[in-house]
Design a protein around this ligand. Structure first.
Ligand SMILES: O=P(O)(O)O[C@H]1O[C@H](CO)[C@@H](O)[C@H]1O
Ligand SMILES: [Mn+2]
Ligand SMILES: [Mn+2]
Length: 412
């Protein structure tokens, strides 16, 4: 038997989404947003020189077909990413109506989101009064701070001192279907913050708000820093996903990083978490060497998105891509004959774009273990169907395995 690896590079989109015009950042449509192409172009033009220099250098993923996938999805130029692909490569389009992390991951795992997410569209006074009262009561406070759309790093800078003085939690949202609570790890208490998020989550989920997110931070006197103790309390996926299919078939499933939270901890045998993507890469390398025959390893690397995309930091995004590529090269060496590894993404977050939110984009699908093949235009659900076919576990839903599409078979 052989193993399957699904590795999500959070927000590493490649442009060209069919419905980009229906998604917005600061009122501007996402048409033309292209995370990888715009980072590569910025690098080539000397606009991404902090802590790195020159053309975007991602030889391992480019050899699998990254540059070719960008050009297929969007026709954009990809300076520095011009290898002749040796992997199986394509570009996948999302059908779920949200450009958020759960929507992207669930659909990659075979389950598009069948409902309309709830949102808080007003940028100020975003939450209805009865919800504000409910959350304050659950927190044991007389009120809440924030109650607006915000970037998480900006809002703790603005309201961190007031939070420490008043003891009130900082509640904010974004264009995504989220209710986020920032609170100080010691002044408010980490356990208390996590408990508060867990307590209020059922009410938010009933409003089809996808996630309640705990955003703990530390620091004093206007200097505040988020800690790695973020927790997402997400709605359960609407149907069994690839993780459930494999788990129910008796396979070992490994979840690296946020995957546990995103899938409400369903269908997971072992959870591997860390303080940052460097820890997660160590988990991936270890599982590349040690994961059981017939197992599924599903990883999410979040820092492209959380540290650089939302912060619109192009150099940082480029550094993260280059760092990840080195890890990917090491990981690929751990694969055994018959293994299948797919690198992909859940949405875009173009650091050259307006606003601070995700961007609607296609995503790369780069497979190692199948030889060279142009997979062409794919659906997100094809990723799950392919991995299920590879593992020999029953798949559900509309996905089409590209093992059969291309006539390729993993070497079993
Ligand atoms: O600005 P921060 O707090 O990182 O928030 C971002 O993280 C949320 C969840 O991924 C997104 O909806 C976006 O608002
Ligand atoms: Mn994401
Ligand atoms: Mn994000």
């Amino acid at each position: 038997m052989s193993r399957a690896f699904l590795i999500v590079m959070d927000s590493v989109g490649i442009g060209g989404a069919r419905d980009a015009a229906s998604f917005f950042n600061d009122g501007r449509p996402d048409t033309g947003a292209n995370t990888v192409a715009h980072v590569a172009q910025a690098c080539a033009e000397g606009r991404a020189e902090e802590g790195r220099s020159g053309f975007l250098h991602m030889p391992a993923l480019d050899r699998l077909g990254l540059g070719a996938a960008v050009r297929l999805a969007s026709g954009a130029a990809t300076p520095g990413l011009e290898a002749v692909p040796e992997g199986a490569w394509g570009a996948a389009n999302e059908v779920s109506k949200g450009k958020d992390t759960p929507s992207g991951h669930w659909e990659l795992a075979g389950v598009p989101v069948p409902w309309d997410w709830g949102y808080f569209p007003d940028r100020q006074n975003s939450f209805p009064p009865d919800l504000v009262a409910f959350v304050a009561q659950a927190a044991g406070t007389d009120g809440l701070l924030g109650n607006c759309h915000a970037s998480g790093t900006n809002i703790i800078e603005e309201l961190g001192d007031a939070h420490i003085r008043s003891g009130w939690p900082i509640c904010y949202t974004s264009v995504d279907s989220v209710f986020q609570i920032a609170a100080h790890e010691t002044h408010f208490g980490l356990d208390r913050l996590l408990q508060l998020c867990q307590d209020i989550a059922p009410r938010l989920h009933a409003m089809k708000i996808g996630r309640v997110i705990a955003r703990p931070f530390t620091g004093e006197n206007g200097q505040f820093f988020r800690t790695p103790n973020r927790r997402d309390f997400a709605i359960e996926p609407p149907a069994p996903t690839l993780l459930d299919w494999a788990y129910e078939a008796g396979r070992v499933t490994h979840a690296i990083g946020k995957i546990g939270d995103i899938f409400s901890h369903r269908g997971i045998t072992h959870l591997h978490k860390g303080k940052g993507d460097a820890d997660l890469m160590e988990h991936l390398l270890r599982l590349g060497a040690e994961a059981e025959d017939g197992s599924l390893t599903f990883a999410n690397f979040v820092e492209f998105d959380s540290l650089w995309g939302h912060r619109r930091n192009v150099s940082g995004y480029a550094r993260a891509l280059e760092w990840f590529d080195q890890g990917a090269a090491r990981f690929l060496k751990t694969l055994r004959p018959g293994d299948l590894a797919i690198f992909t993404a859940d949405h875009g977050n173009d650091p050259t774009w307006a606003g601070t939110d995700h961007t609607r984009e296609r995503v790369p699908v780069l497979a190692a273990g199948l030889g060279a093949a142009r997979l062409g235009q794919l659906a997100f659900v094809d990723v799950a169907a392919t991995l299920a076919a590879h593992l020999g576990v029953p798949a559900q839903g509309a996905g089409r395995s590209f093992l059969t599409q291309t006539g390729l078979k993993a070497v079993l």
